[in-house]
Every structure is written in structure tokens, then in C-alpha cells.
Write a protein that binds this ligand. Structure first.
Ligand code: NAP
Ligand code: HSE
Length: 432
């Protein structure tokens, strides 16, 4: 095997939050990085939108271009690090870079969730690497863990806080009573939120990450359309208080589970038992809980966003690409979504539920409500009528045992038709 120590030339697409971190880490840790890979790493060219923008790190202007094609077409460049974001145009850049034999490192979950299959197939055809560790849970090496660490096990459940923005928001709303609007602005200023934060708060960002985790964990081809998604924009201070009273906290959880060979994947605000390890994951931190048949319970915790944590994963991927270059083993098929996919139907998906109803405060109402649960064979864990001086109706707080999604949907439809039920105020999945 020929081992050259010529510098490895990297083209960077994007010099925003993550790109800046990548330049910093390559610069700060150059000696150690080159010690690991056997040659210096040089960031040769960087594409940005606006070359005149002030940057927080010193950058030689001759390395900047506003034309990503200039980076992709540069024959000297071995590896493209894509941290510009975007989907359609970025896909074109990545596919063209691969067609030219360049290896790819990307932090782009939107791209990988939508076009991962196509991009990985092209990479294999071209014997190129595509690594995307930073695309899920920023600084937590969860992708490597699922591919390598759990290759010997059968994963039954992946439960993740995979969006830092919403976890930051829910934590502040819960611990400090900060309003939804104020805390969203704060998360944007801190650089956690996507450029369009609706993808954070409406759960799409988390759904894209769960698409990636589900594919890797269950070794089947999970698509974004397979994920049922609900965001946090409906979470109220009242819901947070109810959860607290019952010993729960509200978290935006991505949940992928598998029984036999049927899977379900969802993202929704969930009431999690306060004693569950994932309930104590606060602020911008992320965590991914993985249950495997052999290993049992595991959990991985760390920063899910932000300049340096995310850049750590990006640069670690870069090191992997260069090590593979040295060994001449780039483009090995390292994930194989080889299992046929079967999605659970609503009768097979089951979980516990919290349901808050406003009902007429009169005799027989509770009996009618419990009767409907009985009709659909939903067993109840607790039913409490809460006093609320501000509300002329009675507030009924119900927690069910595990029940099928199909049954719960039918129960809720019946409540919506029932005159004595003034409003189905909120419904949450309950875990733990
Ligand atoms: P960002 O701060 O908005 O930076 C984007 C960079 O790309 C900027 O340097 C911008 O140029 C450049 N750019 C954007 N559109 C361009 C275009 N059409 N042509 C040339 N350059 C263009 O984004 P980011 O937060 O670093 O995120 C980058 C990627 O990492 C995204 O895919 C994101 O989802 C992912 N990610 C981010 C985080 C995080 O914590 N931020 C964590 C995990 C994954 P200018 O500088 O001139 O504006
Ligand atoms: N907006 C994302 C988050 C960035 O809040 O988790 C990291 O992917």
C-alpha cells in the first residue's frame, strides 16, 4: 500500500455557524489531526454567499468564492465538506462532486433524509465516502454508534431528543415560565434554530433526523413520509403544569420502535416520566436512547447543535475519510438497509395517552366518558377531575394504559361528537 503524506485538500461549502467551527477545529487541532491521518489537512477553498461579509475568524479572502462550482470543479480538492444547507441545489453539487470522485462530509439532515439513498448509491458507484455524523444530534456520535456499535444487535426502540431548539424552548418554558415567542427568538439568536424555525417547532427537523436514525437502526429504508409528525406550537403553559403535577415533563421526542418486523416512527410532544433518563435532558442538549434486544437500554447525550459541537462531528468524519484514503478503502458500503420495510398500522401502534377534556359539570358525564373508553377497550390508569376556579366547566384529566392509536382516535372522534364534552383540550403520548 502506498502511503503518501501529501496534504489533503478540502473544499468547504459554507462558512456559517458550522463552517466556522470546522475551520477553527482544523486550525486549532492541526498537529493532532495530521498526526492521526498522516498528512496535513488544508482547507483550500471556501464557498459563501457573500464574500464581503465580516467573519469571526481570520480568512484569507483569496480562499473565498461565491461560486460553489469553483470548489467542486477544483481538481486539487479531494474532499468536499458541505455545511451550507439547502436541498435541491445542494443535491446537484454533491452528486456532481461524487461524479468527479470527491468524498463528501455533510451536516445536512434535510438532504440526507430526502436524498440519502440516491447520494449513497452514487457514492458507492464512484467508490467514494459520504459521511454525515453531524446531521443528527450535532456533537453526539450516534450514527457511527448505530452503524458500528450496534451491528451485532437487533434494535427495538430509538427514542430521541434530536432537536436542540425545541428542547431549549420547552426547558425554558417549563423551568422559567418564559413565553413560546420569547424563547423562540432567543434560540434563533443563539444560532440553534434553522433559518426557517418552523421546521424546528413543527417537528420537521426532528422527523428528518428520525428518518436517518430509523434507516440505520432498523436497517430498512425509512422515508420522511413514513414519519408521523407533530410539533410543539400547541404546547401550553397549562399542559406543562398538568404534566408536572402528574410527575411528567413534556419533551419533543422522536420515537422509532419495532416489534417483530413491523416498525413505526413518529415525532410528537410527549409526556415523559420525570424519572426517565431522557426527561433530565435540558436546554439545547440532545439525547438518543437506544434499546437493543441483547444490549438492553443505552443512552447517548451531548450538545445537539452549535458551532463547535457540530464541527467536532464534521471534522471526525473528515478524519475517517482521510484514514480510508490512506488505506484505499473509500466507498465501502457501510450501511445496508437490506430489510424489507413494513410499517405498523394504527391498530398495531400502541402507547399510553394523556387526555385533558373540558366537560359539563353535571351528573353522569364521567360515566358517559368512561363508557366510551370501555367500548373501544381502552383501559384507564387514572381519571381525575381537576378543580379550576377560572373554568366553569369541569376539567377531566385522563391517563390511559397502553392503547392502540386506532382505538384512541375513535375515542377522540366520539368525544368531539358528544355534547357534554365542551372541548378535547390536549392529547399527549406518554412514555415511561
Ligand atoms: P448558516 O450559519 O446559515 O451558514 C450557511 C453558510 O452557507 C453561510 O456561510 C452562507 O454564506 C453559505 N451559503 C448559503 N447559501 C449559499 C449559496 N447559495 N451559495 C454559497 N454559499 C451559501 O448554517 P449552519 O447553521 O452553519 O448550518 C449548515 C448546515 O449544517 C445545515 O445543513 C444545517 O442543517 C446543518 N447543521 C447545523 C447545526 C447548527 O448547530 N447550526 C447543527 C447540525 C447540523 P454567507 O456566510 O455568506 O451567508
Ligand atoms: N435546528 C437544529 C436543532 C440544529 O435545533 O437541533 C441542529 O440540527
Amino acid at each position: 500500500m502506498h502511503v503518501s503524506n501529501k496534504p489533503i485538500k478540502v473544499g468547504l461549502l459554507g462558512l456559517g455557524t458550522v463552517g466556522t467551527g470546522v475551520v477553527r477545529i482544523v486550525d486549532m487541532h492541526q498537529e493532532d489531526l495530521s498526526g492521526q491521518v498522516g498528512s496535513p489537512i488544508v482547507i483550500e477553498k471556501i464557498s459563501v454567499k457573500d464574500r464581503d461579509k465580516a467573519r469571526s475568524i481570520p480568512i484569507d479572502p483569496s480562499r473565498l468564492t461565491d461560486d460553489p462550482w469553483e470548489v467542486i470543479h477544483d481538481p486539487e480538492i479531494d474532499v468536499i465538506v458541505e455545511v451550507m444547507g439547502g436541498v435541491e441545489q445542494t443535491r446537484t453539487y454533491i452528486l456532481e462532486a461524487l461524479a468527479r470522485g470527491k468524498h463528501i462530509v455533510t451536516a445536512n439532515k434535510d438532504l440526507m433524509a430526502l436524498y440519502g439513498t440516491e447520494i449513497l448509491a452514487k457514492a458507492q458507484e464512484m467508490k467514494c465516502d459520504v459521511f454525515y455524523e453531524a446531521s443528527v444530534a450535532g456533537g453526539i456520535p450516534i450514527i457511527r454508534t448505530l452503524i458500528e456499535g450496534f451491528s451485532s444487535d437487533r434494535i427495538t426502540k430509538i427514542m430521541g431528543i434530536v432537536n436542540g431548539t425545541t428542547n431549549y424552548m420547552l426547558t425554558k418554558m417549563s423551568k422559567e415560565g418564559v413565553s413560546y415567542e420569547d424563547v423562540l427568538t432567543e434560540a434563533q439568536q443563539l444560532g440553534y434554530a434553522e433559518s426557517d424555525p418552523t421546521s424546528d417547532v413543527e417537528g420537521l427537523d426532528a422527523a428528518r433526523k428520525m428518518t436517518i436514525l430509523g434507516t440505520l437502526g432498523f436497517r430498512t429504508n425509512v422515508e420522511l413520509a413514513d414519519v408521523s409528525v407533530k410539533g410543539i406550537s400547541g404546547v401550553s403553559q397549562a399542559d406543562i403544569a398538568y404534566a408536572r403535577n402528574l410527575g411528567y415533563v413534556i419533551k419533543l421526542l422522536g420515537i422509532a420502535d419495532r416489534e417483530d418486523d413491523a416498525i413505526s416512527i413518529s415525532v410528537q410532544p410527549t409526556m415523559v416520566k420525570a424519572s426517565h433518563p431522557i426527561a433530565s435532558v435540558n436546554g439545547v442538549f440532545n439525547a438518543v436512547y437506544v434499546h437493543g434486544e441483547a444490549v438492553g437500554e443505552t443512552m447517548f447525550y451531548g450538545a445537539g447543535a452549535g458551532e463547535m459541537p457540530t464541527a467536532t462531528s464534521v471534522v471526525a468524519d473528515l478524519v475517517s475519510v482521510i484514514k480510508n484514503l490512506r488505506l484505499g478503502v473509500n466507498g465501502l458500503k457501510h450501511i445496508a438497509p437490506h430489510k424489507p420495510k413494513r410499517l405498523k398500522n394504527d391498530a398495531e401502534i400502541s402507547f399510553k395517552n394523556f387526555i385533558l377534556l373540558h366537560v359539563d359539570d353535571k351528573a353522569g358525564v364521567l360515566a358517559r366518558i368512561t363508557q366510551i373508553f370501555t367500548e373501544y377497550e381502552v383501559s384507564l390508569a387514572s381519571v381525575v377531575q381537576q378543580p379550576n376556579e377560572l373554568n366553569p366547566n369541569a376539567e377531566i384529566v385522563i391517563v390511559t394504559h397502553k392503547a392502540s392509536k386506532e382505538s384512541i382516535d375513535k375515542v377522540l372522534r366520539r368525544f368531539n361528537e358528544l355534547e357534554v364534552v365542551r372541548r378535547v383540550v390536549s392529547v399527549y403520548r406518554v412514555e415511561g
